[in-house]
Ligand binder design. Structure first.
Ligand SMILES: C[S@@+](CC[C@H](N)C(=O)[O-])C[C@H]1O[C@@H](n2cnc3c(N)ncnc32)[C@H](O)[C@@H]1O
Length: 282
């Protein structure tokens, strides 16, 4: 046999062996895969196990749903995040809010809601506990100017040189719960005048509870008693504050049924007074 013929015969034998071994390999793979519930692609179309398809679909759905949720937070989660962002960046937000140049420590949304309430309920007097620089008192007085009626009595233990003069504002110096301060405030209100109240002084639970006891009697039926800064102590900001306006308010409402929370006043999505817009109904 010539070298050439022997080489061809050998090559033929090898090819046969390789094909046999590939066939055996595929068969082994098939058996192993069948044992593991998998399919082997040997060129012929394969059917996947329905259980496997369901598992893959469930995993993809779970991952896809999770990604959607992370990128599209719920309305309440977005509200809470924005509230915390707004509160915690006070230097450019609520500590940097002015009415006609005077600092007013409120959100524009809450100020707008006050304006709507003043217009709707038309109180003769608005008592504000906690004046600070007087921006909010000035804002209320300006609204009363536009309405052609109403005045503001605002109370604070401290003075501020920034306070504006306005013929509709009366400043009262003293603690909002001190008997002499309360007597002074009452002396400034004529019988039959309708009163609205805004509590924004010392935000400790004990102080707000005392204010609620005193001033809730003065509010006219249909008018509002606004308990400000119910958002502290984790509602949803300043969690380390301790019991504050929200806790005082909850105790008050559990025993005093003359007031209802008006949640419609929280319509803008951001209010520093969650549950704090109280309307006297009895
Ligand atoms: C949050 S600031 C008031 C902000 C103001 N209402 C505004 O919207 O711009 C609280 C004020 O309450 C005053 N305050 C603290 N304790 C008080 C008390 N027992 N009686 C009255 N005012 C008090 C503080 O001096 C401070 O000026």
């Amino acid at each position: 046999m010539s070298c050439h013929v022997r080489r061809s015969a050998l090559a033929g034998k090898c090819k046969n062996k390789i094909m046999q071994s590939t066939q055996v390999h595929v068969e082994i793979e098939k058996e192993l895969s069948a044992a593991n519930g998998l399919s082997v692609n040997d060129g012929t179309p394969q059917r996947r196990s329905p259980v496997l398809v369901i598992v893959i679909a469930a995993v993809l759905g779970f991952v896809g749903g999770g990604l959607y949720f992370v990128n599209h937070p719920t309305y309440n989660a977005a509200r809470k995040s924005f509230h915390q962002l707004y509160y915690n960046t006070r230097g450019t937000t609520w500590s940097s809010t002015y009415w006609l140049g005077v600092p007013a420590e409120k959100t524009p949304q809450d100020m707008w809601v006050y304006q709507e309430i003043l217009h709707e309920t038309r109180p003769d007097v608005l008592i504000e506990a906690g004046t600070a620089d007087g921006g909010s008192a000035y804002y209320f007085a300006t609204m009363f100017d536009l309405m052609g009626r109403g005045r503001v009595i605002t109370i604070d233990i401290a003075d501020s040189p920034k306070r504006p003069r306005h013929n509709r504002i009366t400043y009262v110096r003293g603690s909002s719960t001190a008997p002499e301060t309360v007597a002074k405030v009452k002396s400034l209100i004529a019988p039959g005048e309708s009163v609205m109240v805004s509590l924004d002084s010392d935000h400790s639970k004990a102080h707000v509870a005392e204010e609620l006891k005193i001033y809730s009697d003065m509010v006219a039926s249909g008018c509002y008693l606004v308990v400000e800064d119910t958002n502290v102590n984790g509602h949803p900001v300043f969690p380390e504050f301790g019991p504050g306006p929200m806790e005082a308010l909850q105790d008050f409402l559990s025993v005093d049924h003359r007031y209802e929370i008006d949640h419609s006043r929280e319509k803008f999505g951001l209010t520093f007074f969650p549950d704090g817009w109280l309307r006297r109904v009895r």
